[in-house]
Design a protein around this ligand. Structure first.
Ligand SMILES: Cc1cc2nc3c(=O)[nH]c(=O)nc-3n(C[C@H](O)[C@H](O)[C@H](O)COP(=O)(O)OP(=O)(O)OC[C@H]3O[C@@H](n4cnc5c(N)ncnc54)[C@H](O)[C@@H]3O)c2cc1C
Length: 424
């Protein structure tokens, strides 16, 4: 099944794909892998999945990701579940030092868990195995290409729907024996699933403009594994502090139970906190979070990620579509980025059953618009609303949380959106 870019085909001129495919997927992260799996299962298209790195690199990524129950159901469909995971059975949302909180419980929604916390690397490995199985059952339909970075995607203009016509041209470089060689692929449609680094390209393709929906929240996320003296298994905590949201997700690191921390704060505070000793960091974390979990004890290696909203205004242009972080990078509040990305992938695969055409891509964009807009809207609104300073605003937020806790239909609607997205 696996076919890496081969030195035999290399030369001074760009290496053309000998056998043009229907679909080229750029990016074999979790979204690209899930999309390839679902396309192999539900369509007859032949495809190329191109990644700048190797699966071994993704497997080492220790980032903890909260997957919703809805995402688990999608992964089950493609045989990519179970993943080593910690269940989230209850969620506690509150404001640091203010009144008002909301609790969500899995049995209120008839699900075994509201979500699960997995390691990015474990998820990618499980998806790789699922893809290998489904590709074995569909011989010749999947070409894998590693260590190949796509730099440009050009559309050749719409010359009508002809079988095997070269309508999109992807060009980039492949690494063979420490050499960098030019490559070109010519599929009928291209899917951008290369994560958040390529937005300029999406913009040019999509609208002929650099305009995008961007927001700098003035926050950086500190992530790492922490432990505490009073573990509460199954509980996840989302605490809005004056500096930004602070999340603790049930998580095991090398067999050590504890929490995955996502602490959003001003970039200069993040830099300062990264430089603290473990003991100083644990103490400061305790001051920000409160005493509900006792004392923070063990603190693992910390990393910082700058935060911002970066969303393409449209996700489809002609024969090119974007999914996952290539279409939108979100604030990590409520952990929605990959959950939305998986729904992108499944919605796109569903539309592509009708044909490998611009119309099918437009159907995807139209059907998926509401879910995308709602998820972007909520994850953009929360950090801004909870970032407004002053006692009056804090009071209003406390009242809103208290109201949310009491008005069951409202609470349930929000929980369902977070678990399953907006369903039409
Ligand atoms: C700290 C942190 C915490 C998070 N927590 C959560 C959470 O709790 N829940 C949640 O749902 N989401 C969370 N996210 C978001 C989540 O990580 C992303 O939404 C998800 O990884 C997006 O997957 P993707 O496949 O679209 O992109 P990526 O994971 O970025 O994968 C992109 C792939 O494309 C490849 N690639 C890149 N450029 C090229 C190129 N030019 N040519 C070919 N290949 C290329 C890369 O090698 C990579 O394999 C979090 C993110 C961060 C940073």
């Amino acid at each position: 099944m696996t076919q890496a870019a081969s030195p035999d085909t290399a030369g001074a001129a760009p290496v053309m794909d000998a056998e043009p495919r229907d679909i080229a997927i750029v990016g074999g992260g979790p979204v690209g892998l899930a999309l390839a799996c679902q396309l192999l299962r539900t369509t007859h298209w032949r495809m190329t999945l191109i990644d700048a790195a190797t699966p071994a690199r993704a497997a080492r990524d220790p980032r903890a990701i909260a997957l919703s129950h809805g995402s688990r159901q999608l992964l089950e469909q493609i045989g990519a579940w179970p993943v080593p995971a910690q269940p989230i059975e209850h969620i506690h949302v509150s404001q640091r030092g203010r009144f008002g909180h909301v609790k969500l419980h899995h049995d209120d929604y008839g699900v075994p868990a509201l979500g699960h916390v997995v390691k990015y690397g474990d998820l990618c490995q499980t998806l790789e195995r699922a893809l290998a199985r489904v590709a074995d059952a569909a011989p010749g339909r999947l070409q894998r290409v590693f260590e190949t970075r796509i730099a440009h995607i050009d559309q050749q203009g719409d010359r009508g729907e002809r079988e095997n016509a070269a309508l999109v041209r992807l060009s980039g470089t492949t690494h063979v024996d420490q050499e960098s060689l030019p490559v070109t692929y010519a599929p009928r449609i291209a899917i951008q699933a290369e994560g958040g680094l390529f937005h300029q390209q999406v913009q040019r393709l999509a609208r002929g403009t650099e305009v995008t929906r961007r927001r700098d929240y003035g926050q950086t996320a500190i992530i790492g594994h922490v432990n505490c003296s009073q573990l509460q298994p199954g509980w996840a905590w989302e605490r809005f502090t004056d500096e930004g949201p602070l999340a603790l997700l049930p998580h095991e690191d090398h067999g050590v139970p504890g929490y995955a921390l996502v602490w959003c704060c001003a970039p200069e505070q993040a830099q300062r906190r990264l430089a603290l000793s473990d003991a100083e960091f644990a103490e400061e974390l305790g001051r920000a979070f409160g005493t509900r979990l006792g004392r923070f004890t063990l603190v693992g290696k910390r990393h910082a990620f700058p935060l911002g909203l970066n969303a393409a205004p449209v996700t489809v242009s002609g024969r090119v579509a974007a999914v996952g972080n290539a279409a939108q990078t979100l604030h990590p509040v409520a952990g929605q980025g990959l959950n939305l990305g998986l729904r992108d992938a499944f919605a796109l695969a569903d539309s592509l059953r009708a044909g490998c055409t611009p119309q099918a891509l437009q159907t995807f964009a139209t059907r998926h618009r509401l879910d995308r807009a709602m998820t972007i809207g909520i994850t953009d609104l929360l950090p801004r609303v909870f970032g407004i300073g002053g006692p009056l605003a804090a009071h209003a937020r406390g009242a809103s949380l208290a109201a949310l806790a009491c008005v069951a239909p409202l609470k349930h609607a929000l929980a369902r959106q977070m678990m399953f997205g907006a369903r039409r």
